[in-house]
Write a protein that binds this ligand. Sequence first.
Ligand SMILES: [Cu+2]
Length: 450
Amino acid sequence: MGKDDRSVLMWGAFGVALAALFVAVASLTGLVGDDSSSAATKDGPTIVDVQLSEFAITPAAIVVPPGEVQIRVTNTGSIAHNFSVPALGKKTSDLMGGESEVLDLGTLSEGVLDALCEVAGHSASGMTATISVTAGTAPSGGHMAGHDMSGSTSWQDMDAAMEVRAKAFPAQTMGEKGGQPLEPVVESDGTKVFNLTVEEVDWEVEPGKVVKAKTYNGTVPGPEIRANVGDKVKIVVTNKLNESTSVHFHGIRVPNQFDGVDPYTQKPIQPGETFTYEFTTLEPAVGIYHSHHDAQVQIPDGMFGAFMVGEMPIPQSLVDQGYTKVDEEVTMVLNDSGVIGLSLNGKSFPATEPYTLRLGQVMMVHYQNEGLMGHPMHMHQPVGWIIAKDGHPLDVPMPADTIWVSPGERYTVLYKAIDPGVWAWHCHILSHAEGPQGMFGMVTALIVTP
Ligand SMILES: [Cu+2]
């Protein structure tokens, strides 16, 4: 059997999973607190040994049966780490190298919980894990309730954990979708006024992972600003954070005093203050607005949004190949750090958004990287044509199935649906996409229907 045959089978199963979407989502909503499906644990809790080190949680895929669960956490590394299960609001203290602590998770029913080290930067460096609560499979290490389990996960457990996660896609999360168009208020002289409020909100990155995101207007990404070339615009920024901020318009031509680089071009926008950026959008752009104040924290924590000026033309050479119009335009903002972590448009798999095209339709994607690392974005099919770099049309479009998007870069790519199926679409740094727990982070799918 060839490689292609296998992937058809695999994604056929994925398609079935999609069809069963609502059933799957419904089955996961009772993740915590509903012990109706729990196996009795009259012999005491399941105890799992977990090691913390630089920078890994071992095992990364923890599988337990429903019921009482305790995690015996040992830091085998040389710097402080902790073990946190945000969905349960439970975590160990910061453990120094060699220290241990037992974390009682209480009674768990079926589902998947994320775990991580909450020391700044450690989860982005790889200290994440999942706890799959699965009935009917042997727990990690093949032990019984009341007995210790340590170390390795059987392949059956691994498959079961992966399936739970895959079937949850596309998982629902609370709150509004990020990156939606921001309607301007139009003044009498035609000036378009875009109002942005900077505020911290609870943001559900994936089911059960609720973080304190720093946002524009309450969503990650912030709303998408669109203007035409020659528009007079005002961006009115009100800061409701407990810290200062400023806004930089990345890839947009602006007068220097509105470049957003405090304290050079302006004073920081302090808590409670409002600052207005005012300029004419002189040139077409595939831009981003984002913080320029403690940017390594504020941006990955959610303070970014697309700023598009004008329309991106389709190159004649592609028009000649049947790319005659854009049926779907997608901005995909990549992120990997802060409280949000590995994500596409503010969500991690399985809560990422799938995209759908009919055969023959064309999708224009603007990749924008607001994270701290480069990401090679890979569409299984169809091949993409890069038509613009950082908003500047290329003289000659370039075909690519994997596109390295560095921090700050934007690539505009056309994809034409030519083969039906559910096609994986993910970052190809595999530690950003698929591990022992199955697919996670920077993964979504393009669904091509007949
Ligand atoms: Cu990546």
